[in-house]
Ligand binder design. Structure first.
Ligand SMILES: CC(C)(COP(=O)(O)OP(=O)(O)OC[C@H]1O[C@@H](n2cnc3c(N)ncnc32)[C@H](O)[C@@H]1OP(=O)(O)O)[C@@H](O)C(=O)NCCC(=O)NCCS
Length: 334
């Protein structure tokens, strides 16, 4: 909700994908699966995977560099850095601090946000609110993941779904009102953490020989329950911002949902009664890149000319936590 006569806009957008590609066929040589099963159940054809020695902070820094260049800003202009990730380089220091150094930024505020696949929208709302105070001028927010580092490559029910990558956006204030970020809603329900989590490596199950033996340091998921929650969560999040802003779904020009599964997205399309053409999807090529998926898709859609000046965009996310949310924005790139 705009509270004064200025707006927060996405001034620059960028992404970066690691070069190595893992196809469904490649995966069928690792676990008992097939290209046909993965395509029909998820829509995914391939995913990008980091090389050895390539970390989340590397992907994040490259995506952020592209976004800062796109905004035609210099690193010195950035005074706030937020990284959304569930695969930090290490538990601490934050990946944001590591990215700050890799980008050669000044001693600016830098921290991580952990809201799983909803992380980019959480970061976006936080950065917008911080910019609105007037204490910051230009924020870089990054969704970056090296999910290949927490995937159990022996578990066919999860390893086929995820990929690595990063997307970033520069947020800035503009004097024009009623443009840019119009509204955000964020939610969480922590009652069922077991539906999607990595149990090991924290204070509850610190790393030990037994935690490694029990494969506790890998992502675990109840796919069917997450599927149902994803549809409900994104539908509710869409409705909440649209109702609050008195906007009809038909007035939205482009919808960018979290890229997890094409069947989830098609179910949302049916339930919200929106034409397929209004959605931008690229999960075929990248799989689920968690916090990175929305900015990667937004960057691609923009570069393909599918997002134009003054278009009304709706971003939708859901993820572990459980978390979910949406952002309504008018595309205004100075
Ligand atoms: C994971 C998901 C694709 C599974 O699809 P599904 O239609 O629910 O499939 P099921 O789990 O019912 O499994 C059906 C069968 O396929 C098998 N199967 C699971 N993964 C497989 C794979 N990669 N290859 C081949 N067979 C597989 C199962 O073992 C099961 O076999 P069974 O009937 O002999 O027991 C789906 O539940 C999903 O997308 N959920 C949401 C996940 C998600 O978005 N997570 C990220 C949140 S941010």
């Amino acid at each position: 909700m705009q509270i004064n006569n200025s707006s927060i806009v996405i001034k620059g957008i960028g992404s970066y994908m690691p070069k190595k590609i893992l196809t469904n066929k490649d995966l069928s040589g690792i676990v008992d699966t097939s290209d046909e099963w993965i395509r029909t159940r998820t829509g995914i054809q391939q995913r990008h995977i980091c090389e050895e020695g390539e970390y989340t902070s590397d992907l994040a820094a490259k995506a952020a560099k592209n976004a800062i260049e796109d905004a035609r800003l210099k690193p010195d202009d950035i005074d706030l850095l937020i990284v959304a990730t569930i695969t930090p380089d290490m538990p601490f220091p934050s990946t944001a601090c590591l990215v700050q150094t890799k980008l050669g930024l000044g001693q600016i505020a830098a921290f991580d946000v952990e809201a799983a696949c909803s992380g980019f929208l959480y970061a976006l709302d936080m950065a917008s609110a911080m910019l609105e105070t007037g204490r910051y001028k230009n924020a870089i927010i990054i969704g970056a993941e090296k999910l290949s580092s927490i995937i159990d490559w022996k578990d066919r029910t999860t390893c086929v779904l995820f990929g690595d990558g990063a997307g970033a956006a520069v947020l800035s204030r503009t004097k024009e009102s009623n443009t840019g970020i119009l509204d955000c809603c964020l939610h969480a329900d922590g009652a069922k953490p077991e539906l999607l989590r990595m149990p090991g490596g924290g204070s509850q199950i610190p790393a030990s020989a037994s935690s490694v033996e029990q494969r506790q340091h890998f992502l675990k998921m109840n796919g069917r329950e997450i599927f149902k929650f994803a549809v409900r969560g994104m539908e509710r999040a869409a409705q909440e911002v649209l109702d609050r802003q008195n906007v009809k779904i038909a007035d939205v020009d482009k919808i960018i949902p979290h890229q997890a599964n094409m069947r989830i997205i098609e179910t949302i399309q049916d339930r919200l009664e929106i034409p397929k053409s209004k959605f931008y999807n690229n999960l075929q090529y990248y799989g689920n890149t968690s916090a990175a998926s929305i900015p990667i898709a937004l960057d691609e859609a923009y570069r393909k000319g599918l997002v134009k000046h003054n278009d009304l965009l709706l971003l939708l996310a859901f993820g572990a936590g459980l978390t979910w949310g949406s952002t309504l924005l008018r595309w205004h790139k100075p």
